[in-house]
Design a protein around this ligand. Structure first.
Ligand code: SF4
Ligand code: SF4
Length: 369
């Protein structure tokens, strides 16, 4: 595998990636585009002084990978950004919020440093999670802690479908995505081991995630950091599709138009685009963003962007909300609860709703068994 410096040195500064970056689209400033990030990393790794704009552009990256597909020589710019952030951390030049979030994940198990009991509210009264089960459902921090109604919708559906599943509740721990995004790979390795062993202790054949980033981390990153697990990793959309096709969940089709926002890691790193659309289309009329599937516009929040540059992160969420409104889609269907949390926080029009796939299915369950 080539080093970050080799990746930078292979860049021919052709400019193809510059304007595809969501942070160029949000600001119109080419210094926040993808090529500017390679340029800033080039200065950093060649010992040149960084300008304030160089530093800012390295922190304005969600690692959404939209630039990767655009590059004619296949340079993974998000890996360069990850390496640059690791280097800046060694130099003591990362924003203080980076340290606060990393500490919260390492010491308390979530970016919001929530106590373990905060992860219990999505578990319905009367459901006692078994110690062992075929499926392990992992809501992740944003669904399990910040928007527990989204995790509860999934758990309600899994109970309704009679699935042999369990949850970790207060024993669940963050996947460590923020550590990975900011180049803290030694700390992320410890989480890879801890979580892999915890998941395996349930005997699950399948680990099902609500969050597309947890899905990417468990499926693609942990095997690189630790080892291949004894279970398969599924995104919730994949399980919902199976449950709908097998008739374990039956739904009615509503007359609503719902616009679907692809989660960047789900579509760009795992090619999962048709399945969520098939699930959504069982209950509503699917509306598409102009930039959809592999071209989807990032919501702007992940990888430390929202805490450090909220105004720019919010602009991207606004662009997604504005397009949904322009297409008369009063509901936005999401495959990512972090996108949902971010967009819901800035909605001005109280008529616009954002729903996960599980919520959309739950709202349209059929009474006919
Ligand atoms: S990964 Fe996404 S945010 Fe980062 S430089 Fe590429 S396009 Fe921009
Ligand atoms: S598209 Fe690739 S080669 Fe061209 S500037 Fe971007 S990273 Fe460099």
């Amino acid at each position: 595998m080539s080093s970050v410096k080799d990746m930078i040195d292979s860049c021919i500064f052709c400019g193809v990636c510059a304007e595809v970056c969501p942070f160029y689209k949000a600001t119109g400033n080419i210094k926040y585009g993808a090529m500017a990030k390679v340029d800033a990393a080039n200065s950093l790794f060649h010992g040149k002084a960084l300008t304030d704009e160089d530093l800012k552009t390295l922190f304005l990256c969600t690692r959404c990978d939209q630039c990767h597909a655009a590059c004619p020589i296949n340079i993974p710019i998000s890996v360069i950004v990850q390496g640059a952030r690791a280097e800046l951390r060694r130099m003591g030049k990362v924003p203080e919020k980076y340290n606060t979030i990393a500490d919260a994940i390492i010491k308390a198990g979530s970016p919001m440093a929530a106590p373990p009991e905060k992860r219990l509210s999505y578990i319905p009264l009367g459901f006692k999670p078994p110690e062992k089960a075929k499926y392990l459902y992992v809501p992740g921090c944003w669904s399990g802690i910040r928007l527990p109604e989204t995790a509860k919708a999934t758990v309600d559906l899994l109970i309704k479908a009679g699935l042999d599943f369990t949850v970790l509740g207060g024993r669940e721990w963050c996947c460590g995505l923020f550590l990975i995004d900011t180049g803290m790979l030694e700390e992320a390795k410890k989480l890879a081991e801890k979580n892999t062993l915890l998941f395996e202790s349930t005997g699950a054949e399948f680990v099902v995630t609500e969050c597309p980033s947890c899905h990417d981390v468990f499926k693609r990153v942990y095997p690189e950091l630790y080892r291949e697990p004894n279970y398969r990793v599924l995104h919730i959309s994949e399980l919902l599709k199976e449950l709908l096709e097998s008739g374990k969940i039956r739904v009615n089709r509503s007359g609503k138009s719902v616009i679907y926002k692809d989660p960047c890691p789900l579509v760009r790193r795992h090619g999962i685009a048709d399945i969520p659309r098939e699930v959504l289309s069982c209950v509503a009329a699917l509306v598409e963003y102009e930039e959809n599937r592999e071209e989807t516009l990032c919501c702007g929040a992940p990888a430390g962007v929202k805490p450090v540059h909220p105004e720019i992160a919010n602009r991207l969420a606004e662009m997604l909300l504005e397009e949904a409104a322009a297409k008369s889609a009063k509901e936005i269907g999401v495959g990512c609860v972090f996108c949902m949390y971010h967009m819901a926080g800035i909605i001005k029009d109280s008529a616009t709703k954002i729903r996960t796939l599980s919520q959309l299915i739950l709202e349209n369950l059929s009474d006919i068994p």
